[in-house]
Design a binder for this molecule. Structure first.
Ligand code: ATP
Length: 187
């Protein structure tokens, strides 16, 4: 299938959590996309070391997102050697897609200008911004963007890793099918 308009939701997903699920549901509900690709970062150059191996994060992403409407989990950034750059994924996708929109949490809007080939990226994509708690109105100077309405979900992978919650609490944060992987791989 060659979608006319694709949403690209990239992340480290260490682990994928219910905030990500809510963001994907909200993006699908826009009626704007024919497909939403979740791209799991191979080598998260902006986050440094200490993350789980890419194949474990990919497996968790499949467990978390495979059942969601319009969503396809991709290993394109894992197959590519070297660091993961969004611009590379966008260029690949534009070979078969008329329009690619990035879907990002509001916490990332301050960082976009520092991404690899930001000027080129700015020309190629529109940015759909999902709210995160505590964020105010979104202002993305120089980028074409739109807001994705959603009730903010107060969750991050960092929080889940750091509190390493007990099994009962994990159910409040992680999709059910992710729990066995997360528990099985936590250090
Ligand atoms: P970490 O805490 O390790 O930085 P994270 O929870 O931000 O991780 P990522 O995998 O880095 O998760 O994020 C992937 C994408 O999901 C990013 O665009 C991020 O902004 C977005 N995102 C993460 N958590 C939420 C949330 N609770 N609500 C909306 N978007 C989110």
């Amino acid at each position: 299938m060659t979608p006319a308009r694709l949403g690209l939701f990239g992340g480290t997903f260490d682990p994928p959590h219910l905030g990500h699920v809510a963001a994907l549901r909200a993006a699908a509900a826009l009626g704007r996309f024919e497909l939403i690709e979740v791209t799991v970062a191979g080598d998260p150059y902006l986050k440094g070391g200490g993350v789980r191996p890419a194949l474990e994060r990919l497996e968790m992403a499949h467990a978390a997102f495979d059942g969601l409407e319009l969503v396809r989990v991709s290993d394109r950034e894992i197959r590519r050697s070297g660091p993961s750059y969004t611009i590379d994924s966008v260029r690949e996708l534009l070979d078969t897609t008329a329009q690619v929109d990035l879907i990002v949490g509001a916490d990332l809007t301050d960082q976009l200008d520092g991404w690899r080939e930001a000027a080129a990226l700015r020309e190629l994509v529109e940015v759909g911004v999902v709210p995160r708690p505590g964020g105010g109105a979104v202002h993305l100077r120089g980028w074409r963007y739109f807001e994705i309405p959603m009730t903010p979900v107060d969750l991050s992978s960092t929080f889940i890793r750091e509190i390493a919650p007990d099994l009962e609490n994990l159910r409040r944060y992680l999709p059910e099918d992710v729990i066995p992987f997360f528990v099985g791989t936590r250090g």
